[in-house]
Design a protein around this ligand. Structure first.
Ligand code: G6P
Length: 370
């Protein structure tokens, strides 16, 4: 039964290791030979609706919000549809200028988060969108009941308060949505075929990332005496850095801040010294060279760097720069695969600090009141 710990010491670790299965389950029966099946949205006219979409608004809270931020990079890189992302607690209280043919997307593990539900109610009352869609992990939840379409993540029950497998399956769902939008808008078939073929490789790539576990456990010792940390990324890896920082804060109580690496010089560089570990996600993708020069900025100021990168990134380790090698992955899959080592890092730091990993202080799994 998935609600039992089995061989694992904590639900969080079990859920991190379940990710190859939960990602496979989220893809199962949803990919045809070379495309994504529109039936996964549970509405017979889904593809016709998506064909009309001219704008997307994503609303979520916490970890689910970070998934939405990655989704925006993907959707805008692969379709001509502008995509906005906002936390529900802000969106619900400000005026929304009317928008034409907008798809309103909520993302939520529980489907019960009060602010996200309130944002959905508001848009429905104001007739502010053409359709509502929820990416959700609980089939009978309020969000799935209240939305026109549902794209279910198949993570199974998530017990640890710090979200792990729900996040990676939300990212998979966002890729499926992106491909459906591409299909609805008549995108290049070869590109769609390539993305669906890559998605099939994902469970095995996550398995490989999990193999880093023993190395990350050793590395985590360097964090337990620290009070602050910085997480860096660029492009769609920036929200991955945000999620990595959130995980560390939530369960180890170490202050962690994420920054888009290009912004370092506008403030955080002033904080850099040997007491501030700086975690960076650096796959060999388009922005790698820019990121490397950002790392130099940190190094020349005495910062201690922990870089997750593939061999192709050619980042050389030395006394103050530690490299953890992540398998090489197709660019679109990097945010999903690079999330895994950051989850493991926060887990091991928390275990070594002796915190209540599955039930961190002051936090709830699902925030159903405002
Ligand atoms: C709480 C949980 C987080 C979660 C957030 C949003 O803060 O502790 O893990 O990301 O709520 O929850 P949802 O169920 O809407 O994804």
């Amino acid at each position: 039964c998935s609600a039992e710990l089995g061989e694992y010491r904590h639900f969080m670790l079990k859920e991190i290791f379940e990710q190859p299965q939960s990602v496979a389950a989220t893809l199962e029966n949803r990919l045809a030979g070379d495309h994504v099946l529109p039936s996964l949205l549970g509405a017979p006219d889904a593809l016709e609706k998506l064909a009309q979409v001219e704008e997307i608004q994503i609303i979520a809270c916490g970890t689910s919000y970070h998934a939405g931020l990655v989704g925006r990079y993907w959707i805008e890189a692969n379709t001509d549809i502008p995509c906005h992302v906002e936390v529900a607690s802000e969106y619900r209280y400000r005026r929304q200028p009317p928008r034409k043919n907008m798809l309103f997307v909520t993302i939520s593990q529980s489907g019960e988060t009060a602010d996200t539900l309130a944002a959905l109610e508001k848009i429905k009352e104001n007739h502010g969108c053409m359709a509502t869609l929820t990416i959700c992990n609980v089939a009978e939840s309020s969000l799935t009941r209240e939305s026109d379409m549902s794209l279910m993540t198949m993570a199974g029950p998530e017990i640890g308060v710090a979200s792990t497998k729900a996040f990676t399956t939300q990212l998979v769902a966002l890729q499926l949505l992106m491909v459906l939008l591409m299909q609805a808008k008549g995108a290049d078939k070869a590109r769609v075929e390539q993305i669906t073929a890559d998605l099939r490789k994902l469970p095995a790539l996550i398995e490989q990332a999990l193999d880093l576990n023993p190395k990350i456990e050793v590395l985590s010792e360097r964090f337990i005496e620290k009070h602050h940390s910085l997480f860096l990324g660029r492009g769609e890896l920036y929200p991955v850095a945000m999620e990595g920082a959130l995980k560390l804060k939530e369960i180890s109580y170490i202050h962690a801040e994420a920054y888009p690496a290009g912004e370092l010089k506008h403030g955080p560089l002033a904080l850099v010294d040997s007491e501030m570990p700086i975690v960076t996600v650096a796959p060999s993708t388009g922005l790698l060279e820019k990121l490397k020069s950002n790392l130099e900025e940190v190094r020349s100021r005495g910062g201690e760097l922990y870089v997750f990168a593939d061999r192709e990134a050619h980042i050389k380790a030395d006394d103050s720069l530690h490299v953890l090698e992540v398998p090489h992955v197709p660019e679109l899959l990097a945010p999903i695969v690079y999330t895994v080592p950051l989850q493991l890092l926060s887990y091991h730091v928390a275990v070594q600090k002796g915190t209540d990993v599955d039930k961190p202080r002051n936090l709830a799994k699902s925030v159903t009141v405002e």
